[in-house]
Write a protein that binds this ligand. Structure first.
Ligand SMILES: NC(=O)c1ccc[n+]([C@@H]2O[C@H](COP(=O)([O-])OP(=O)(O)OC[C@H]3O[C@@H](n4cnc5c(N)ncnc54)[C@H](O)[C@@H]3O)[C@@H](O)[C@H]2O)c1
Length: 435
């Protein structure tokens, strides 16, 4: 069947179930429902389902909050709704254990919960980020053994990695292009047709499940490696007295073959600091060591320590010890203006500061529940040093006088987001990451 025929064959009243209603699954259910599908959103978190039933968003995001008011999707913790669904999309987390080994338990559990209810002819799509091979060697056998059906004959299996970038005003679940891989040709056509029916972005069919899985881990490893490169430059240039940000901006004037990435006090989020480990471990099992990826991970994991080193150097200039000093850490989420704290380097910075004997006070206006204090004023009151760990809008405009009035002696700009010249003009001890 041609893709266009498959699109026509897809009735917009087909029923869809999305399993896992987080940063990935929730925008997807809202989009599919808006495009006319009957959509069930399934999650194991009763708290999340209760909130969604009241049309309240578990995520701080205005567009999601708005869309929830008008949506027809049905939130539930009951997997048996899958028996009526033609398409089941799995969007559960894929974290790593503390030793950085991939943790596929949520994917396995979700697949086990889907399988008993799978109807003949259904299409199962895995959207979670996984290493090459997971769809075929983990998801497929669970589906077959529990459902008693055969993949490629009784049901289809596809992988379409999500690329959503929370907080991005331009790129969203609807317009980001997607890639799709499948176990067999008919499943590929059906999956491509489905995504073409809900997206404005393009949909590229891949040659296999493994190719589609590899696309996502390669994208995120590419970013991790490039960030590691500029983080290494930052550490070097801070000794050489060169402002690395100015250099990167200079290099970025080259209109081809250079893509600017910027250094910082650490890489956070559910994707960049996690996904490379999936490829590293999978390749290792198959006899190949990804030295380059492993080195990038090591460099980026070392950045919270570098931020603390910068603080210690700054305090030293003022003849102050870190031990016993009150230090304010501004920002707990991993990126600006969102509340997502997963893998955030801020927590590592707090931990290291405490190990050095600092009296740490953390504050994030987006994450008040995990903050030590509820206002910026309380965080700065009595502090001698500050680490700006997240480039939230409210922090970016802070001027030297906003710190000096509290007697703060040193500021580490962990995101290079403050106006450095202002601080230098004010004769303030300012330490950036590589500037
Ligand atoms: N967050 C992002 O920016 C982003 C971007 C692209 C891809 N991804 C990938 O998408 C996947 C999901 O990420 P996320 O950020 O949406 O995660 P999340 O933690 O925000 O949401 C996952 C949801 O799945 C639910 N869940 C866990 N186990 C379940 C189970 N067995 N059955 C049903 N529900 C279950 C959780 O309760 C949670 O609500 C991951 O593989 C991630 O790497 C995330």
């Amino acid at each position: 069947m041609h893709v266009m025929d498959a699109v026509k064959a897809l009735s917009n009243k087909e029923k869809i179930a999305v399993v896992g209603l987080g940063y990935v699954g929730l925008p997807l259910v809202l989009l599919a429902a808006r495009k006319g599908y009957d959509v069930f959103g399934i999650d194991v978190s009763q708290q999340k389902i209760d909130l969604l039933k009241k049309k309240q968003s578990p995520i701080q995001d205005e567009s999601i909050e708005r869309a929830l008011q008008e949506t027809s999707f049905i939130p539930t913790d009951d997997f048996s709704v899958i028996k009526d669904c033609n398409i089941v999309i799995i969007c559960v987390p894929t974290p790593v254990y503390e030793n950085h080994m991939p943790n596929l338990e949520p994917v396995e559990n979700a697949t086990r919960a889907v399988a008993p209810h799978l109807r003949k002819g259904a299409l199962v799509i895995l959207e979670s980020t996984v290493n090459p091979g997971v769809s075929e060697s983990v998801v497929l056998p669970i589906l077959e053994s529990i459902s008693g059906m055969e993949c490629g004959k009784d049901f289809s299996l596809a992988h379409c990695p999500e690329r959503i970038n929370p907080g991005d005003a331009k790129w969203n679940v609807e317009n980001i292009p997607r890639v799709v891989g499948s176990f067999h040709e008919a499943g590929l056509k059906k999956a491509v047709a489905f995504y073409e029916s809900i997206l404005t972005g393009s949909v590229k069919p891949m040659g296999s499940l493994k190719e589609a899985e590899a696309v996502k881990v390669v994208e995120n490893s590419f970013r991790d490696i490039n960030i590691a490169f500029v983080n290494e430059l930052a550490r070097s240039f801070s000794r050489l007295g060169i402002d690395v940000v100015n250099v990167i901006d200079g290099a970025a004037t080259k209109p081809f073959a250079f893509m600017p990435h910027y250094p910082g006090c650490g890489v956070g989020g559910h994707c960049i600091p996690v996904d490379p480990y999936y490829l590293i471990e999978y390749a290792k099992k198959n006899g190949f060591d990804h030295d380059f990826l492993a080195l990038a991970r090591r460099i980026n994991n070392g950045m919270p320590h570098f931020a603390v080193e910068r603080l210690i150097a700054g305090l030293n200039e003022k003849k102050l010890a870190i031990n016993g000093s009150r230090i304010a850490v501004l920002g707990l989420s991993y990126k600006a203006n969102i509340d997502d704290c997963r893998e955030s380097p801020s927590f590592e910075i707090v931990k290291i500061l405490k190990e050095f004997g600092a009296d740490v006070v953390a504050f994030d206006p987006f994450v008040l529940g995990r903050s030590d204090v509820q206002t910026l004023d309380e965080a700065l009151q009595g502090s001698v040093g500050v680490v700006v760990a997240t480039a939230h809008g409210v922090f970016k405009n802070l001027a030297p006088s906003d710190f000096t009035k509290y007697g703060i002696a040193v500021v580490v700009d962990g995101r290079n987001c403050l106006d450095k010249t202002n601080f230098i003009r004010a004769n303030f001890v300012y330490k950036g990451v590589g500037r």
